[in-house]
Design a protein around this ligand. Structure first.
Ligand code: FAD
Length: 307
């Protein structure tokens, strides 16, 4: 953790920066590979950890921009087996400006996130200031073969699972034979990230199953990650009921509450959540987002990375 502080970042070089969606899409997500050279970050970032990026320039208060975190998408031996190469999955933050209470309510200019757009614009050879590694909880267990896994991703929340799946299935020491399921949620098929890689891994490793939950296309409308679990509850219920299963959830904040309610409905919440009496006294279908945020604490077997 924090081998390189954001106040004293090290310089990395961009190796490649390619779009990584399935085709034409309203979101722009890149697979960015950087070379951290012989800095302390080389070989030091584990899947599930993130690293910091300090964008150049200054903010509206003329202060240097603050560090932003990006999940490593690489296994521990580095991207493509090169220990000093590190990948991540930046998504451009592009939106219409959302006025704050003191702003002009008719201010509808384009809002561009500083660091995500900086990263997506980078070209091979460009220099970038980085720090890290960050994160000590969203990690694979020390003995990966002693556990089964359910990975739940939305959007760029897939990044750590790319690294973890490569770590588990493509290790030079041989593949992990544990049961591993990945559910990837996205609005459209074209927004699926690293889809080819996951299909290839599932074709080559019978213990790995890859599922997609596409929410805005006609045949799957309204189908989110929790709906995918619910629809195949025999399959996922058996996985979740196993005492050695770990559940990891990464992506936008909020969507985990549907999964928590489903755990309650299946009678499996106890393994993954510590619930207050308030929640234990109510049927899971009535657990509100606010109650879950306050009164449900993840156990060792439930790891969350939400942003
Ligand atoms: P900023 O310039 O910082 O803008 C974001 C800020 O603007 C927020 O405060 C938000 O409330 C506000 N804002 C947003 N939209 C609007 C709007 N329309 N109008 C007005 N204000 C608005 N991101 C990835 O893309 N890939 C990753 O792998 C990844 N991994 C992460 C891992 C961790 C552990 C964490 C904590 C975050 C991760 N992120 C990742 C998110 C990333 O750190 C940045 O938050 C994200 O890229 C946006 O940064 P930015 O500089 O582009 O936006």
């Amino acid at each position: 953790m924090n081998l390189v502080r954001p106040s004293r970042p090290v310089a990395a070089r961009v190796v490649s920066n390619e779009l990584c969606m399935q085709g034409k899409s309203a979101s722009f997500v890149k697979h960015l590979v950087i070379d951290v050279g012989d800095t302390p970050l080389a070989g030091a970032v584990l899947p599930g950890q993130s690293f910091g990026v300090i964008p150049p320039g200054r903010d509206a208060d003329s202060k240097p921009h603050k560090v932003r975190l990006y999940s490593s998408a690489s296994p521990s031996w580095g991207e493509d087996g090169v220990a000093c190469h590190l990948a991540t999955t930046p998504k451009r933050l592009i939106d219409e400006y959302r006025p704050r209470p003191d702003d002009d309510p008719d201010d509808h200019r384009l809002f561009l996130g500083v660091c995500s757009n900086y990263l997506c614009d980078l070209k091979p050879g460009d220099r970038i200031n980085v720090s890290g590694p960050n994160g000590r909880r969203f990690l694979l267990p020390e003995d990966p073969a002693a556990h089964d896994y359910l990975f739940l991703a939305t959007g760029t929340g897939i990044a750590p699972f790319r690294g973890m799946l490569l770590e588990l299935l493509e290790s030079p020491r041989g593949p992990c034979r544990s049961r591993i399921d990945l559910v990837m949620g996205s609005p459209y098929t074209t927004d699926l990230l690293y889809d080819d890689l996951f299909r290839d891994l599932s074709a080559r490793h019978p213990n790995f199953r890859y599922h997609t939950a596409i929410s805005r296309e006609p045949e799957g409308r309204g189908r989110y990650v929790a709906d995918c679990l619910r629809a195949a509850h025999d399959h996922f219920g058996a996985l979740l009921a196993g005492g050695r299963t770990r559940m990891y959830r990464c992506g936008v904040i909020g969507m985990q509450t549907d999964v928590f309610r489903l755990l309650g409905e299946l009678g499996l919440a106890a393994g993954y959540l510590r619930l207050s009496d308030r929640l234990l006294g109510a049927p899971p279908t009535q657990w509100s987002d606010a109650d879950l945020a306050r009164h449900a604490k993840p156990t060792e077997r439930c790891r969350l990375e939400l942003y």
